[in-house]
Design a protein around this ligand. Structure first.
Ligand SMILES: Cc1cc2nc3c(=O)[nH]c(=O)nc-3n(C[C@H](O)[C@H](O)[C@H](O)COP(=O)(O)OP(=O)(O)OC[C@H]3O[C@@H](n4cnc5c(N)ncnc54)[C@H](O)[C@@H]3O)c2cc1C
Length: 369
């Protein structure tokens, strides 16, 4: 184990590994500890939009030679109306979480990061972490320990809002992708989204406000999708996770800083969780290298703003069936509005460019659809 560490990262999921990679890219000595063994899996839609891939490239990781699924855009499918739009530039990719985890861990190791697996951090102090009964000194502590972050509590950074919790379930189906789009099916129970993750397999994630008793009965709430998948072989067992909409008042205290879901999150339906972590990591690496965590705090706020705004809008559609139906009808009558919203979503169009006229147009169509 390295002594004289600059950065100790608690949690070696995507956010923790991204933070470690970025800190190492900036010349810092880094260790990561995670209580799980690699490669780490997690319930996830497994989709990386073009902007997520760009943020991953900043960390020196490309997926060109990996077994992934390609998608050209997003399709919303409702009871009565559907709409689709292509990304304004680039394509997205679906990738199994363990594969993404392996690539990220390999990149971190290649940069000289010390990786400690099966290692649970039990507390933090002034410039030290407690690991397996040892106290390890470091200059900075990064809390990347996910949704139920203990580091957040230890550092007294827990204050903030906790708007909504929803349940997510995920399973893989061995079936060639039938669409070049990530399909998001909407029902009264929630959403099902389908991401191509290779030439032979799709990932299906179900998200709902209500407890789902079993994957199949929840999937049957989307009859079109159920018909297609009911007899397809399953590639994996069912995995579950909770998605929370959370904004913290602060993500930095002294020498402790939070990243990824530990630092707040937008609902999983945005499909932006990983991209947000990668962008936060790039900002954090630079801030640590200049010993100016206020820079990170500012960047964190900016990075989180758009996914939170999009998440809130999509949760309104989830909560109010009339709004969902009207929005889907409005989009299907005017697909260019959906294309422009998708462009905002992937950062190709600034919200200001969508503009008042876009909002009024959408509002009018919602009222009249
Ligand atoms: C149903 C669902 C679908 C989603 N779909 C998408 C999608 O399609 N695209 C997308 O970009 N995002 C998606 N997301 C969001 C994405 O999964 C998260 O943004 C991402 O997992 C956050 O990574 P993280 O590293 O912050 O947290 P995690 O992945 O939860 O990692 C935290 C790590 O910390 C470790 N840890 C915890 N406590 C300790 C401790 N005391 N000591 C050591 N280690 C510890 C854990 O073992 C874990 O490995 C989805 C989320 C859900 C729930």
């Amino acid at each position: 184990m390295n002594t004289g560490l600059d950065v100790f990262v608690i949690g070696g999921g995507p956010a923790g590994l991204a933070a470690a990679i970025s800190a190492a890219q900036n010349g810092l000595r880094v260790a990561v500890a995670d209580c799980a063994q690699p490669p780490i899996d997690k319930a996830c839609g497994e989709g990386l939009m073009p902007d997520s891939l760009e943020a991953l490239e900043q960390l020196g990781i490309t997926l060109d030679r990996c077994d992934t699924g390609l998608f050209r855009g997003i399709r919303f499918i409702g009871h009565e109306a559907s709409v689709q739009a292509e990304f304004p530039c680039g394509t997205g990719r679906g990738i199994r979480r363990p594969l993404l985890h392996r690539l990220m861990a390999e990149r971190a190791a290649a940069l000289g990061v010390t990786l400690l697996w099966g290692a649970r951090v039990s507390n933090i102090g002034q410039g030290e972490v407690a690991l397996n009964g040892e106290r390890l000194p470091c200059r900075w502590i990064v809390g990347a320990d996910g949704q139920n972050s203990q580091v957040r509590g230890w550092a007294g950074l827990g204050a903030g809002s906790d708007h909504q919790r929803r349940i997510g379930l995920r399973q893989h189906f061995v079936l060639p992708p039938w669409s070049e789009f990530v399909e998001i099916y909407w029902s009264d129970e929630g959403q099902a989204y389908v991401t191509p993750i290779s030439s032979r397999e799709v990932c299906v994630a179900l998200i709902s406000r209500r407890r789902m008793v079993a994957f199949d009965s929840a999937l049957a709430q989307f009859p079109q999708l159920w018909e297609r998948l009911r007899s397809a072989p399953r590639g994996t067992g069912v995995k579950g996770a909770v998605t929370v909409t959370r904004t913290l008042q602060s993500v930095v205290r002294g020498k402790v800083v939070l990243i990824g879901e530990a630092s707040g999150s937008a609902d999983a339906i945005t499909g932006e969780g990983l991209a947000v972590s990668f962008r936060q990591a790039s900002a954090l690496g630079q801030a640590l290298a200049t010993s100016d965590l206020a820079l990170y705090a500012q960047a964190h706020k900016k990075i989180a703003a758009l996914p939170h705004m999009l998440g809130r809008s999509m949760l309104l559609m989830d909560k109010h069936n009339w709004m969902r139906d009207r929005a889907l009808r409005a989009f299907s009558r005017r697909p260019s509005l959906f294309s422009r919203l998708l462009a905002v979503h992937v950062g190709a169009l600034r919200p200001a460019e969508f503009g008042i006229s876009g909002i009024l147009n959408l509002g009018w169509r919602l009222l009249t659809a």
